[in-house]
Design a protein. Structure first.
Length: 185
């Protein structure tokens, strides 16, 4: 049974993929399921598809309602699970564009679990070289363990055992951070 302190608050899982089905979404879904099963915490899951084409507007003021609603959900979340696809060694421009629209300070002290998926292991450092600095800029509290998965770890109906193990560690750290933040409140 999960501790009551973990049931409060709003956790948002955001996948930066612009299509479905997508491997990063599958990884984020696995993190959400793990968080729910092991720690009794639920999360709302959204991705770029939910924002629609309006998310590509140059400025926030030009975005349509679904795109602005996604930004507002990110800004109002008490914690975030982030899933990012990797293209040519980095995160996609539209993923970055979403966070370019978030005001400085909006994610200050927000716990964040970072995940990313790419075609192979050569992209594994994206979480350390791209995602962690991005959320560091916002002064978010990223958990120590980030999860990178390559395509072969997400084949079939189940995750590769090594990926499940890494996800268990990261989700446990995320849940501990949520507990700590809520007990301090």
């Amino acid at each position: 049974m999960a501790e009551p302190a973990l049931r409060k608050g709003h956790v948002l899982a955001f996948c930066g993929s612009s299509w479905r089905p997508a491997r990063p979404r599958r990884l984020v879904e696995a993190a959400v399921q793990n968080l729910r099963a092991a720690h009794g915490v639920d999360a709302d899951l959204f991705d770029l598809v939910d924002a629609g084409p309006g998310i590509a507007a140059f400025r926030r003021e030009e975005m349509d309602r679904p795109a602005r609603a996604l930004l507002e959900r990110i800004e109002s979340a008490s914690a975030l699970i982030i899933g990012c696809p990797v293209f040519q060694g980095g995160y996609p421009g539209l993923f970055k564009h979403v966070f370019d629209q978030i005001p400085e300070g909006a994610l200050r002290d927000v716990p964040v679990l970072l995940t990313a998926c790419g075609g192979g292991l050569r992209h594994a450092l994206i979480v350390e070289h791209h995602l962690r600095p991005l959320f560091g800029y916002f002064e978010a509290m990223t958990v120590p363990t980030a999860v990178y998965a390559c395509a072969t770890e997400l084949e079939g109906k189940t995750l590769a055992p090594s990926l499940e193990q890494r996800l268990d560690v990261a989700v446990a750290q995320f849940a501990a951070l949520l507990r700590e933040r809520r007990s301090a409140a």
